[in-house]
Ligand binder design. Structure first.
Ligand code: ARG
Length: 568
């Protein structure tokens, strides 16, 4: 693939001969009339002791354009703006995508590098809530994106399957388990048992003591306690699995918190040996006040470990087992402090520096529901499986109204409904809170998943109607020169870069934005240009471009975890 950014960077390097990383500073100007790429000279001003404007002016004169990649360079107030050779770009796009098809945009930049993506991580015997839905789809998308870029990726579901609450669950179940039929809605019933036993504990110290004892027994491997714990875990996993199946999400490992219970002592010993552990009211803590991060507790006064300690053990284990270059934690921003703390403590765990530096919290915002029977204002917990079912049902209704003759209604409604929910979770800048509103999420003409699917289906039907068999011809380059075609081609050219920045920034909204832009650009192209014309070559060139757009829309959506319908 012709990479104009690096071509430009090397041209600047030829002239400047600085150690600076030029390529990372090259931008796409907001106003494309001013150039296709811009190099801001402001940061060089200090090094070269000249005004940015003068630097740009001098560079402009010295840059070699003789090889024909760049057609023009101008200075715009300290920005060096480049106009690329559009014909070369077109040629490259038309040939590459035709050649690589769904592999277009993939890369080997990740070869030899290990990435862990930790996502979903719901809690056993507790509901899978709408926040868990968001981490599940974000993590899945990041997983796919990193894979596409050649990284060796491991997806981990860090199940919340440990902690003192299980001592209570066990006690509650021993008392009232037989009253409940756990074949149906087991999580609701386990929650019910949990609430009951919790209330009892508040009244009765002796019961609370029994619960604590159960947890201790569980830790020591007592047969009955372990069996019950496994039962809760199996029942919950079966429920979660239904959601994963609908979403098409998989994991390489289900090592949850309990998995680390026998690895914690070692981690505590390492920390003790570094002399960073202090005692405070019987508990063991690490003081991070000087870094503005408060105190990280690693052991309670009664000797039992906590959430943070299990996370530290997980970091150590993952570093030793996977030798990761990056470990992403897709977890809501409520846990920002927690991750800052454990990443700080990780420096003492005797793991390679690259692992410490690779620890990354991919923090995301809350989802608020506005309409429908699952409005949060009504105070009900949003059940994710019901929400997904509702998405499918709503789409089915739309199909019944608009296109009752459609084949495979059930299948298609699922792709559209689930695609809509997934897209909605990925398209807001991740750190921002988002609103979930059915009318927006399912708007076929909005900035939504269904809109992208709709444009994809249009490309498909255009090609089908024309009985099109893809074939490239160099003449297409000059036939696709109008503004609308060029806009599509430019976007297609950017796709590999978009995938890369989505990974660099761990930000799925870069890819969703791109897909929306591409869908809109194709829609303009389609409205402005008659595709079937009297001129066979012109018709073929437009069909060919249509074909390429279909490929990229589909593979971009696939990275997000969204399937394309055949009809809409
Ligand atoms: N189980 C936790 C929750 O539902 C999320 C776990 C996040 N991952 C971690 N390594 N701490 O809130």
């Amino acid at each position: 693939m012709l990479n104009f950014k690096s071509i430009i960077a090397s041209k600047i390097n030829e002239v400047l001969d600085l150690e600076e990383k030029i390529e990372n500073n090259i931008e796409v100007p907001p106003n494309r009339e001013l150039g296709d790429y811009a190099f801001p000279c402001f940061s060089l001003s200090k090094i070269l002791r000249k005004s940015p404007n003068l630097i740009a002016e001098e560079l402009k004169e010295k840059i070699d354009l003789s090889d024909g990649y760049i057609s023009k360079v101008i200075n715009e107030g300290g920005y060096l703006n480049f106009f690329i050779n559009k014909e070369l770009m077109s040629k490259n796009v038309l040939e590459e995508i035709g050649d690589k098809k769904e592999e277009y945009g993939s890369s080997d930049i990740g070869n030899g590098k290990n990435v862990i993506v930790e996502y979903s991580s719901p809690n056993i015997a507790k509901p899978f809530h709408i926040g868990h839905l968001r981490t599940t789809v974000i993590g899945n998308a990041l997983y796919n994106i990193y894979k596409f870029l050649g990284y060796n990726v491991t997806g981990i579901n860090h199940l919340g399957d440990y902690g003192t609450q299980f001592g209570k669950m066990i006690e509650g179940y021993k008392r009232w388990g037989l009253e409940y039929d756990l074949d149906e809605n087991p999580i609701d019933k386990l929650m019910d048992i949990y609430v009951r036993i919790n209330n009892l504990c508040k009244e009765d110290e002796v019961v609370l003591e029994k619960c604590r004892d159960n947890f201790k027994k569980l830790e020591d491997g007592d047969k009955e306690c372990v069996e019950l714990w496994n039962k809760f875990k199996d029942l919950s996993l079966k429920e979660f699995q239904r959601i994963y199946d609908i979403l098409g999400v998989k994991f390489d490992s289900l090592a949850g918190e309990a998995f680390y219970s026998d690895k914690i002592e070692n981690v505590c010993n390492i920390l003790e040996s570094k002399g960073v552990v202090k005692e405070s009211e019987g508990a063991k803590i690490i003081d991070l006040e000087d870094k503005g991060l408060g105190v990280c507790m690693i052991k309670k006064a009664n000797g039992s470990t906590i959430y943070a300690t299990r996370d530290l053990a997980a970091i150590k284990y993952r570093a030793d087992t996977y030798d990761f270059d990056k470990c992403l934690y897709v977890v809501a921003y409520e846990q920002n402090l927690h991750f800052k703390q454990i990443f700080e403590v990780a420096k003492y765990l005797d793991i390679p520096e690259k692992c410490v530096n690779g620890l990354t919290h991919v923090s995301y915002g809350m989802t608020r529901l506005t309409t429908g029977k699952m409005s949060t204002r009504e105070g009900t917990v949003v059940k994710v499986d019901e929400l997904l079912k509702e998405a499918i049902d709503r789409v089915k209704k739309i199909i019944e109204e608009k296109n009752p003759e459609m084949e495979n209604k059930e299948e298609e409604a699922k792709k559209i409904g689930i695609g809509a929910v997934i897209f909605n979770n990925l398209c807001t800048t991740l750190i921002k809170d988002q609103v979930f509103d059915w009318n927006t999420v399912l708007n076929f003409n909005g900035e939504t998943g269904p809109y992208i699917q709709y444009i994809f289906v249009r490309t498909k039907s255009v090609l089908e109607k024309a009985n099109y068999i893809p074939k490239y011809n160099e003449k297409y380059i000059s036939l696709l020169k109008d503004k609308e075609s060029m806009q599509v081609i430019e976007l297609l050219y950017n796709f590999p870069d978009v995938v890369k920045s989505s990974a660099e920034k761990n930000e799925t909204s870069i890819l969703t934005r791109f897909l929306l832009d591409l869908a809109k650009a194709y829609s303009n192209f389609y409205n402005e240009n008659k595709i079937i014309t009297d001129d066979k070559e012109l018709t073929d060139s437009r069909l060919y471009l249509t074909y390429l757009v279909g490929i990229v829309l589909k593979s971009g959506a696939k990275l997000l975890g969204i399937e394309m319908p055949d009809k809409m």
